[in-house]
Design a protein around this ligand. Structure first.
Ligand SMILES: NC(=O)c1ccc[n+]([C@@H]2O[C@H](COP(=O)([O-])OP(=O)(O)OC[C@H]3O[C@@H](n4cnc5c(N)ncnc54)[C@H](O)[C@@H]3O)[C@@H](O)[C@H]2O)c1
Ligand SMILES: O=C(O)C(=O)C[C@@H](O)[C@H](O)[C@H](O)COP(=O)(O)O
Ligand SMILES: [Zn+2]
Length: 372
């Protein structure tokens, strides 16, 4: 077993560590206790609620049993798996559970699961009692490389993704790659889309490395897997440190492909397309849009498509999904990057660099969808 590594996210008093390794959750207190102590929550106050879904109840039990054995007063709240659970109704049921448990401001919310659990539990942690300590224990590749880091938490509105939310940084992120051993293959591939995203938006060398290692990553070879997760976390941390609240436009880079993707997810019905699948198609659309506007050569889109295909991700809208036409643009208008009802897109300029662009003709936006 190799040693853990740490990526630090430097955000003043909201700073935290991402600990990455194997065989970590069975000894979670070793990481979590110091995180609580650093933030002024002493050992004697170790109280927590683990929030998980049914598919990860095994991993949640390992965490809960261990924390209990380590002296914590621990409870577990379980929600139904899947994107359809990331809503106000489920948040409300969790609030009820926290009331029942007499949750106080020193009770830590511990999210054990994928991005749905992290976003939902994080949103509840951000809002209950005006904010509870929050710990992320991701169990999907997507959550390892993206959703557990950076503090965006939230729930979907029926009309648009992540419309209701907050910025609520975790006290720490514990990534145990052994959890991925139980993850279905389709879900694993979905996470690869966000990994490819980092290469396109921030790091041409990393994109090249992914081209060299796509098959090894698909096979979950430990070395390449660990490098992909660590590099993704480093890149996300670097962006979040510079623009935590998405004010300057820098953090918007992480939204590459998401203006299209979020509309696909909402219109198809939450859960039909996995988030990473939608992001994969959305990146192809955004890249084609940049091409149509003369911002990049066709070769750059072709390289992305090739890599995404090798990651066994979709690069075109599936025939059976009714996500084309003007209603798609209406849905996109609800995107949080929009200003005064005008769409803004994250578009590549070259491999490893993107820009936030406004004033794009909607006919171009729609033309790209027809081509996808
Ligand atoms: N906050 C952010 O910065 C951010 C970033 C990216 C994505 N997201 C959000 O994350 C969500 C997608 O996250 P996701 O792809 O992890 O989906 P998910 O949380 O729905 O998990 C995928 C599926 O795998 C199951 N699962 C999870 N871990 C497992 C494991 N180890 N073994 C077996 N089954 C397991 C889950 O029960 C679920 O059915 C979307 O809602 C997206 O909007 C948020
Ligand atoms: O952390 C960010 O910032 C991101 O944009 C990461 C995205 O991968 C993620 O899907 C995020 O939830 C999108 O946020 P939203 O505010 O655009 O809904
Ligand atoms: Zn995403």
């Amino acid at each position: 077993m190799s040693a853990s590594e740490i990526v630090h996210v430097s955000l003043g008093e909201r700073s935290y560590d991402i600990v990455l390794g194997q065989d970590l959750i069975a000894n979670a207190a070793a990481a979590i206790n110091p995180w609580l102590a650093e933030k002024g929550l002493g050992k004697g106050t170790a109280r927590g609620v683990v929030i998980a879904d049914r598919n990860v109840s095994g991993h949640a039990r390992v965490v809960a049993n261990h924390l209990q054995a380590a002296g914590w007063d621990i409870s577990v709240a379980e929600v139904d798996p899947g994107e359809a659970s990331k809503n106000l109704g489920m948040a409300s049921r969790l609030y009820d559970a926290l009331v029942q448990l007499k949750t106080d401001r020193k009770t830590a919310i511990i999210a054990v699961g994928g991005g749905v659990i992290g976003d939902l539990a994080g949103f509840v942690a951000a809002t209950f009692n005006r904010g509870l300590p929050f710990i992320q224990i991701p169990t999907t590749l997507l959550a390892d490389v993206d959703s557990s880091v950076g503090g965006k938490v939230g729930i979907n509105h029926p009309s648009a993704k992540n419309l209701i939310g907050a910025f609520h940084q975790p006290f720490g992120v514990l990534i145990d790659t052994d959890c991925l051993k139980t993850l279905p293959r389709r879900e694993y591939r979905s996470g690869l889309a966000e990994v490819v995203k980092y290469g396109v938006i921030l790091d041409a060398d990393f994109f090249g490395w992914l081209e060299q290692n796509a098959e090894a990553l698909l096979e979950q070879q430990p070395g390449p897997l660990r490098h992909a997760i660590a590099r993704s976390c480093q890149l996300k941390a670097m962006v979040v440190e510079q623009d935590e609240f998405e004010r300057t436009g820098l953090r918007a880079a992480l939204n590459y492909g998401h203006t299209y993707a979020h509309a696909f997810e909402a219109l198809a019905g939450y859960g039909e397309l996995l988030h990473g699948e939608a992001v994969s198609i959305g990146m192809v659309c955004a890249s084609r849009l940049a091409e149509r506007l003369g911002r990049i050569p066709a070769e750059m889109t072709a390289r992305q498509i090739e890599l995404l295909k090798r990651c066994e991700l979709p690069v075109a809208i599936p025939e059976n999904l009714k996500v084309r036409g003007p209603e798609l643009v209406e849905c996109m208008r609800l995107d949080k990057k929009s200003v005064a009802g005008k769409l803004r897109f994250v578009l590549p300029t070259k491999l490893g660099h993107v820009e936030l662009v406004e004033g794009i003709d909607e006919a171009e936006v729609l033309a790209v969808i027809e081509a996808c």
